[in-house]
Design a binder for this molecule. Structure first.
Ligand code: PEP
Length: 253
């Protein structure tokens, strides 16, 4: 039985004070949810304060990106070592916005995934096709490339700590989610790929869906056999909508 993970990607939003207010607002609302892993990923500058705000709660801290080197002459970068130091447990890696605007490649994603694991951070590794790629019928090729490139060289033990987020780029921030059937089809494909390499672990690996997840579509998406959670952008910025999505993932609420 896979434990669902609902992660909020706050992207480039909220000054420290507003990030803390959001975290504090969320805390009591989701306190009763014990069967879902809940993660929030604020901007770097708010990590430490949000970490303190959610201390001894059931909400975990995540970052939105990291560099693969630990320290040194890499101006502007933040490493897994530094994220660990401020209490992070997760780190989003290879988000499509990073692939699109910041030159992220499968190779850089792979290095970051390995560095995250080295520091005991669970990478949330994002994969997914653009609209053009879907329309050209290359969705499965693109997803295979992202998955295999991102996890290259990982052991069976390491892969269990990796969370894969299938995020069709055309569904991110557009209000246009993949249908539960479209998402399930790709999730099953990803699990099939994992089975070829990691026969024993594949059934346990968490595969999240991301792309315009909202309170009104969350339950149906999350009820699909191979959808083990959600990576949520816009709807994670409001206590009410994120709480509803977390509760949609819970079997007990
Ligand atoms: C995301 O940023 O990963 C995301 C899925 O955004 P949204 O939920 O706003 O589509």
């Amino acid at each position: 039985m896979r434990r669902k993970i609902i992660a909020g990607n706050w992207k480039l939003n909220n000054i420290v004070r507003d990030s803390v207010i959001l975290a504090q607002g969320l805390k009591p609302e989701v306190a009763s949810v014990t069967d879902v892993e809940i993660v929030v990923c604020p901007v770097y500058t708010a990590l430490e304060s949000v970490g303190k705000a959610i201390e001894s709660s059931n909400i975990k801290l995540g970052a939105q990106d990291m560099y693969w080197e630990d320290q040194g002459a890499f101006t502007g970068e933040v490493s897994g070592m530094l994220l660990k130091d401020v209490g992070c447990r997760y780190c989003i890696i290879g988000h499509s916005e990073r692939r699109q605007y910041f030159g992220e490649t499968n190779e850089s994603v792979n290095k970051k995934v390995k560095a995250a694991l080295k520091w005991g951070l669970r990478p949330i590794m994002c994969v997914g096709e653009t609209l053009q790629e879907r329309e050209a019928g290359t969705t499965f090729d693109v997803v295979r490339d992202h998955v295999e490139g991102g996890i290259a060289g990982l052991s069976e033990k390491e892969i269990l700590d990796v969370v894969i987020a299938y995020e069709p780029v055309w569904a991110i921030g557009t209000g246009k989610n993949a249908t539960p059937q479209q998402a399930q089809e790709v999730h099953a494909f990803i699990r099939g790929l994992l089975k070829k390499q990691y026969a024993a672990a594949a059934e346990e690996i968490i595969i999240q869906y991301g792309g315009s997840v909202k309170p009104d579509n969350a339950a149906e998406l999350l009820s699909q056999e191979d959808i083990d959670g959600a990576l949520v952008g816009g709807a994670s910025l409001k206590v009410d909508s994120f709480t509803k999505i977390v509760k949609a993932a819970s079997a007990k609420v």
